[in-house]
Design a protein around this ligand. Structure first.
Ligand code: SF4
Ligand code: SF4
Length: 389
């Protein structure tokens, strides 16, 4: 039992290894879970950016505390059985936004540590009502599959693959068709990958389920002579797919997962520049996405918008709160509503006329709040900027 609590073995009991990450692919190289947490030098530089810590004004709800917690548990300095309630409390309200990692000099991936601990102390779960709603939406007969049958995108069997978000496939089909048309034009053809990325399982279920779903998608790609670009409309999916090598590390599927991750692009990466408009409306860009640990992933979006708009504001500072990603509004509706309210207050103070989002889900979510509190402004999805061109 003592051995089980050593840093090496704490999180994965023998025989249960596949329930946990053994190696985290950090921005400073591959590290064990323990070494990754031990990279945190407790400087608290990240505290100024963590929405959970800012919202609660509680240091124990911030990234520094979460990293120390993981390390102390692994070093057997905290009795993990007697302090379950406190541990769960410290883990709660992490949005997995990655804002702390972006600020951190050591690039500590706190969101990965939170998920590792949740795999031991209880996973976040989408309410049953939401899961049922998703199921019902996915039965929508006017989905992307049906639209594709009606539309000719050209270059059948050639070109790039489109990996749609849930919204693109079932509830924002018009946007998806527009993106497919753009991809087909730019890449000489467009095919749709029908599988899911495994991101929901990674956050709301577990690693084995995430690997299984991801592998299905990877195999679908290679069965269709995969090798070309995979373009997704979701920055959340893009960020998650970039984690595939970490998921499949030291398994027979690692090379395939690496190749798949190397070939994924966000829609803004492939869209050509739009002509500069005379439009003087103030455009605000929200960089928020799940696991968004670096600003450079938003570069293509920022370039696209800066070229197109005279009055573009790419800022993400002060009260410009991240939008809660990935279904967070269903597990923490109160917190989510507060974050959104603050986002809208920022937009109103900056007198924004439009906000550009990197996922269709964020656009829908933000528009509901804007309609209520600041109807002058509308949220638009970056993939739609090219829609009718
Ligand atoms: S996570 Fe990074 S920024 Fe935050 S306390 Fe640790 S070392 Fe400092
Ligand atoms: S991922 Fe986001 S919410 Fe979680 S600790 Fe980091 S900044 Fe805070």
């Amino acid at each position: 039992m003592e051995n089980f609590r050593t840093p090496k073995n704490f999180l994965f009991k023998e025989g249960f290894e596949d329930l946990h990450l053994h190696t985290i692919f950090t921005q400073l190289g591959q590290k064990t879970v323990y070494d990754s947490a031990a990279q945190c030098n407790k400087c608290a530089y990240c505290s100024r950016t963590c929405p959970a810590q800012l919202d609660t004004a509680r240091e124990d709800k911030g990234p520094r505390a979460r990293n120390i917690l993981l390390r102390f548990i692994m070093e057997n300095k905290i009795d993990r059985k007697k302090n379950v309630t406190e541990i769960k409390d410290a883990l709660s309200c992490c949005m997995l936004c990655g804002a702390c990692t972006k600020e951190c000099f050591a690039k500590v991936p706190t969101h990965e540590h939170v998920l590792e601990l949740e795999r031991v102390y209880g996973r976040r779960k989408l309410p049953l009502s939401r899961r049922l709603k998703n199921k019902i939406i996915s039965l929508n007969p006017f989905d992307l599959k049906r639209e594709i049958k009606k539309t000719e995108f050209g270059g059948k069997g050639k070109g790039a693959f489109f990996l749609p978000s849930f919204e693109a496939e079932f509830s924002e089909v018009k946007s998806a068709v527009n993106m497919l048309r753009a991809i087909s034009k730019i890449c000489g053809g467009a095919r749709v990958l029908r599988g899911e990325s495994g991101m929901n399982e990674y956050v709301y279920s577990g690693l084995p389920a995430a690997r299984k779903t991801a592998l299905k998608l990877i195999n679908e790609y290679f069965a269709a002579d995969g090798g070309g670009k995979i373009i997704t409309d979701s920055m959340d999916i893009f960020n998650f797919v970039k984690k595939y090598p970490q998921l499949f590390w030291q398994t027979e599927n690692f090379d395939k997962a690496q190749k798949f991750a190397d070939n994924i692009y966000f829609i803004a990466d492939i869209l050509p520049s739009l002509p500069k408009t005379k439009n003087t409306k103030k455009i605000i860009f929200t960089k928020t996405a799940a696991f968004a640990a670096e600003d450079k992933i938003f570069e293509s979006s920022i370039k696209l918008l800066a070229k197109n708009s005279q009055n573009f504001c790419p800022s993400w500072e002060g009260d410009n709160y991240p939008l809660p990603p990935l279904g967070y509004e269903y597990i923490k509706p109160g917190e989510s509503a507060r974050y959104l309210r603050r986002k809208v207050e920022y937009i109103a103070a900056a007198q924004g006329d439009a906000v550009v989002c990197v996922t269709l889900a964020q656009k829908r979510q933000l528009n509901k709040s804007l309609k209520k509190y600041y109807p002058k402004c509308k949220a638009v999805f970056i993939g739609d900027l090219y829609a009718d061109k």
